[in-house]
Design a protein around this ligand. Structure first.
Ligand SMILES: *[C@@H]1O[C@H](CO)[C@@H](O)[C@H](O)[C@H]1NC(C)=O
Ligand SMILES: *[C@@H]1O[C@H](CO)[C@@H](O)[C@H](O)[C@H]1NC(C)=O
Ligand SMILES: *[C@@H]1O[C@H](CO)[C@@H](O)[C@H](O)[C@H]1NC(C)=O
Ligand SMILES: *[C@@H]1O[C@H](CO)[C@@H](O)[C@H](O)[C@H]1NC(C)=O
Ligand SMILES: *[C@@H]1O[C@H](CO)[C@@H](O)[C@H](O)[C@H]1NC(C)=O
Ligand SMILES: *[C@@H]1O[C@H](CO)[C@@H](O)[C@H](O)[C@H]1NC(C)=O
Length: 509
């Protein structure tokens, strides 16, 4: 019974490990195969692997109406769409438009049997989009997007005006009420050959490598009033940041109703770069000698050999960020390869419900669990308040060694790196006016992937993956009209030194 879902999960974890099926994303590992797992434990797989596309996008496989699709996975939105015809689908006369921070899609609402993570929903609502109705969103290697945010933010559900429009996960939880209504997301880091962390998505269970997540503090989801429920996201309060000099960065929330000393943060796998108030981004990167703010790009640019240590404090727990995630190596079109501060000043319209967005560069460092609680549409029985849990998966010492190997050719000079003091900062982000950005968010907030990249090339272990993608930072109302055209970018993945000391990856210089 769903009523008992929580205690049941807890019990399961205590009594015996949970056997999720884990599939390697990187592809070289010997993860146990799904067939073995099913035979041994008689369980359905409830996991899907997430392919990492250059640390800027995460993709997964889904079957709609018998056809396989690779789609982006987005915790920041709540609708499913594919840029294709699904011949076996049931048509409706309804259409919908989904607006993302970057681009939009428009299509017809249809129903089809849909399988994801080994779970099947017989009649799943989705949007079938004509390829030319995909505006400004070139998802490399993917044909659509699965939104796994709260159902109240679903545009398709709103159009259908009843439970038939529910997002996939809500349908799964309603179809089988003994499935605990949790999902977990784990993002891998390209270039990180030593890491145990694989790109993985699970429904109703946790990855047994990281089952300690169920003991982490439960972070209540910040629930918006029903008048704003169509902008509801996976949002919690966070405590703050410890900056590169090891001291707290104190920053005030500009979100109404947030307790003193806390910030309101959205967890969004659709955002490559965490979006933080500009004073916070400034305070982080101004501590680093040689840093400059590129106002065209909207990024801080850093000397690549400067290690930026940053820790996010949430629920009194520390979540250290890998230095490759605080300073990302990119090659913007026509400029030399440089390192960019990934905790980027927020450029999207803010709707007054959050201070910052913790995107991929944060989520690679924390395994994330979401308990949907009462957010499951229909609220069949009282399911409790929704909450989230986060487990740090970044060991600061190992991450530091990665940095030394990848950026300093194995010679640790970081002890002599000076850090300036910027400990107290004011959040000068203006509180949003009522209508600014409202249209944008009232439909569907979802920010789409690659918040700042047009294209990138990956170079890793001798393999070169070239891919182009659109870059478009969120076109919010605070964006100057004369912003320059988006630049193209190339991301160069970090290289490890091989055991014999040679670089294992031909970095572009
Ligand atoms: C998706 O399916 C294709 C074809 O079967 C496979 O090559 C790819 O690895 C799969 N991707 C993921 C993320 O599972
Ligand atoms: C797509 O990009 C073009 C030019 O880059 C812009 O004029 C247009 O408004 C954009 N469309 C959307 C839906 O964002
Ligand atoms: C429902 O889920 C439970 C546990 O996750 C599983 O044992 C059971 O077989 C599922 N039932 C159906 C009809 O899929
Ligand atoms: C730094 O912030 C944490 C909470 O984020 C707090 O517990 C701690 O006392 C602060 N330390 C200082 C020196 O202010
Ligand atoms: C960053 O932290 C590591 C320990 O985790 C430390 O060894 C290194 O010197 C620090 N780097 C800087 C620039 O402070
Ligand atoms: C930062 O502040 C400390 C005292 O809090 C001081 O000792 C140190 O010299 C300052 N560092 C810089 C680079 O200004």
């Amino acid at each position: 019974m769903i009523l008992h879902a929580l205690p049941l999960v807890a019990l399961l974890f205590q009594v015996r490990p949970v056997h999720g099926v884990r599939i390697s994303v990187v592809g070289k590992d010997t993860w146990h195969s799904s067939s073995n797992d099913e035979n041994l434990h008689g369980r359905q797989t409830k996991t899907a692997s997430l392919a990492n596309i250059g640390n800027t996008q995460y993709a997964t496989n889904i079957t709609i109406g018998g056809k396989p699709f690779t789609v982006s996975i987005d915790t920041g939105s709540s609708d499913l769409w594919v840029a294709a015809d699904v011949p076996t689908a049931t048509q409706t006369t309804l259409t919908a438009e989904l607006d993302y921070a970057i681009g939009s899609v428009q299509g017809s609402i249809q129903f089809a049997e849909t399988t994801f993570a080994g779970l099947t929903v017989p009649k799943q609502a989705f949007l079938s989009v004509k390829p030319d109705a995909v505006k400004n969103m070139t998802n490399d290697g993917t044909k659509g997007l699965i939104g796994i945010g709260p159902s109240s933010s679903s545009v398709v559900r709103k159009k259908l005006a009843d439970a038939s429009g529910n997002p996939f996960l809500d349908n799964v939880f309603r179809l089988n009420t003994t499935t605990p209504n949790i999902m977990t997301v784990q993002l891998s880091r390209d270039g990180d050959t030593g890491s145990k962390v694989r790109g993985l998505f699970t429904i109703g269970e946790v990855n047994d490598d990281f089952e300690k997540i169920v003991n982490m503090p439960r972070l209540p989801v910040v629930v918006l009033p029903s008048s704003r429920s169509d902008t509801q996201h996976w949002t919690t309060l966070i405590d703050g940041f410890i900056g590169p000099n090891g001291k707290n960065l104190s920053i005030h929330s500009s979100t109404p109703g947030i307790p003193n000393g806390k910030l309101s943060a959205v967890y969004d796998t659709g955002f490559t770069f965490p979006q933080v108030p500009k004073p916070l981004s400034d305070a982080i990167y101004q501590q680093v000698p040689g840093s400059i703010f590129d106002s065209d790009a909207g990024f801080w640019i850093l000397p690549c050999d400067q290690e930026v240590n940053l820790t996010v404090v949430i629920g009194n727990q520390k979540y250290p960020i890998h230095p490759w995630d605080t300073s990302m190596k990119l090659k913007l079109n026509g400029t030399p390869q440089r390192c960019y501060g990934a905790f980027q000043p927020i450029t999207s319209a803010q709707d007054g419900t959050f201070d910052l967005i913790l995107g991929m560069a944060f989520l690679r460092n924390a395994y994330m669990l979401v308990n949907f609680g009462d957010f499951v549409d229909g609220n069949l029985e009282h399911q409790g308040d929704p909450y989230m849990q986060l487990l740090s998966v970044t060991d600061p010492a190992e991450a530091h060694q990665d940095f030394v190997n990848g950026r300093l050719e194995g010679v640790d000079t970081t002890a002599s790196q000076t850090r300036f003091n910027t400990t107290v900062i004011d959040n000068i982000v203006p509180p949003p006016e009522d209508n600014k950005g409202k249209k944008f968010f009232s439909k569907n907030w979802p920010y789409f992937v690659g918040a700042a990249l047009v294209g990138f090339t990956l170079i890793f272990s001798g393999c070169i993956w070239s891919m182009m993608r659109k870059r478009r930072r969120g076109a919010g109302p605070y964006r100057p009209l004369n912003d320059p055209a988006p630049a193209e970018a190339v991301e160069v993945r970090e290289a490890y030194s091989s055991p014999d000391g040679r670089r294992s990856s031909p970095l572009q210089e």
